[in-house]
Ligand binder design. Structure first.
Ligand SMILES: *Cc1c(COP(=O)(O)O)cnc(C)c1O
Length: 456
């Protein structure tokens, strides 16, 4: 599968001469050479050496309807011929933005009927930061500024996104977080639960929110932001006690709830949104990734009626992006949502493929290296450990995860490592046979990882 007569090595050489990669050690990548993905169909990727790779991550958690859907190609093509671009600033709009906004109001929770369009999840969370503070200022409570987030959360990579996120390696670069953002404990039982049961630990992690609100004063706190299930942090499915306790705490206070649905949205949990899965009532809901199944970049913050009415009454909101509501991206997102609806893809993820994936995935818990498996719908994780009881790690944190991840790539499976947590988030349209292939390959790579540590 060579293009324009160039070998993989030649392309890699050109790539590292001119391309700096995100979230990569660009020096090491130069030595190793970047993997070149050239085409994709269904759940499979094809690289420049002709290898077929099962994409257990749906790209970056986004290709929910799978690769190769011509309807999205045609929607983009049609819209580009009609109106490739126009903005939505200064009292203008266009058909794709109107139709997509209406569709999003239909599929999101009932009390959410307005969307602020962005180009990405990070831009959503920049919008969140400004909108929640603008909301309280408009309500004559400008002191309500602080946003409470969680350690090891991921909310994007812009300055506001990375500050809202709780990733220490990101905070280290660029002097983050910016002021007015604080982080509480995450509900990660396997890593941080100690001797507590998952249920007791879930309560404790939730009560950290109460303590932080009391410490700061309710009159200073604007919002609490959280992913229903932390994605990039390692598919952290909170203990069953966590969300009910968070809801109970938030009911006591006048504080906005921001539920970051960038991964959980558009079917990942087997419901349209993670908020549906956990019964949450968000005031703001950042969405991106699965919104267009990644075919074009688009995002949006869904806004509750309560917040929208204040924003509408608040005069100019001095915020927006050139590509807010981009017509071609909006047309593709609309077509993507129609496919999710017409083909009952989310319903099937809830009743057929999701339960099958979770059943097969749970079998991996018997592997000697696996300390825990967990998951919801079409997203799952397992923990690599050298001691199932003590929940400890091999060598330096992350060593085993990276080794396992590299075995996966070599054996035709994309499975991501977050430290020593292995995670999957496949396209929602994955078949039972493809789930079998995924689990068989994961098993094999765990075996290879174990052999590696034996000979080491
Ligand atoms: C990916 C992600 C983001 C950032 O989205 P980008 O489109 O990469 O800017 C924000 N929040 C969550 C939960 C994410 O997973």
């Amino acid at each position: 599968m060579q293009q324009s007569g160039q070998s993989t090595a030649q392309k890699q050489e050109k790539n590292h001469s001119h391309h700096l990669h995100p979230f990569s050690d660009n020096g090491a990548l130069k030595e190793e050479g970047a993997r070149i993905i050239e085409s994709a169909q269904g759940v499979y990727l094809y690289d420049s050496d002709g290898n077929q790779i099962l994409d257990g991550m749906a790209g970056l958690w986004c290709v929910n309807i799978g690769y190769g859907r011509q309807e999205l190609v045609e929607a983009a093509c049609h819209q580009m011929k009609e109106l490739p671009y126009y903005n939505t600033f200064f009292k203008t709009t266009h058909n794709p933005a109107i139709q997509l906004a209406e569709k999003l109001a239909e599929i999101t929770p009932e009390h959410m009927n307005h969307v602020f369009f962005t180009g990405s999840g990070s831009e959503c969370n920049d919008t969140v930061l400004r909108m929640v503070r603008h909301y309280w200022a408009t309500k004559d409570q400008p002191a309500k500024q602080v946003i409470i987030s969680r350690e090891n959360a991921y909310h994007g990579s812009t300055v506001a996104g990375a500050s809202l996120g709780g990733m220490k390696p990101m905070h280290k670069q660029g002097g983050l977080p910016i002021p007015g953002i604080v982080h509480i404990q995450q509900p990660y039982w396997f890593g941080e639960g100690g001797d507590l049961s998952p249920e007791a630990f879930g309560l404790k992690a939730a009560q950290a929110l109460d303590e932080k609100i009391l410490e700061l004063g309710e009159d200073k706190v604007a919002a609490f932001i959280a992913e229903p299930i932390q994605g990039a942090g390692g598919v952290i499915v909170p203990p069953s006690t966590y969300w009910p306790e968070i809801k109970r705490i938030l009911n006591k206070y006048d504080i906005l709830l921001v539920v970051d649905e960038v991964i959980c949205g558009f079917g990942r949990t087997g419901e349209w949104f993670g908020s549906d899965y956990y019964g949450l009532k968000p005031d703001l809901m950042p969405m991106a990734k699965g919104m267009s199944s990644g075919y074009l970049p688009i995002g949006g913050v869904m806004v509750s009626d309560r917040v929208a009415s204040v924003v509408q009454a608040g005069g100019d909101f001095n915020h927006g992006f050139t590509y807010s509501g981009h017509p071609t991206a909006a047309a593709v997102a609309l077509e993507n949502i129609k496919i999710l609806q017409n083909e009952n893809i989310i319903e099937k993820a809830k009743t057929e493929t999701g339960p099958y994936l979770q059943k097969r995935w749970a079998e991996l818990a018997d592997h000697p290296l696996v300390g825990e498996t967990r998951g919801v719908g079409m997203v799952a994780a397992l923990e690599i450990t050298n001691n199932k009881e003590a929940r400890t790690r091999f060598d330096d944190e992350g060593t085993a995860g990276t080794i396992c991840r590299d075995f996966c790539f070599k054996n035709g499976l994309v499975m991501r490592a977050v430290g020593d947590t292995m995670i999957i988030s496949p396209p929602l349209i994955i078949s039972h046979a493809e789930i079998d292939e995924l689990v068989t390959k994961a098993q094999k790579c765990l075996d290879l990882t174990m052999e590696y540590f034996k000979s080491w």
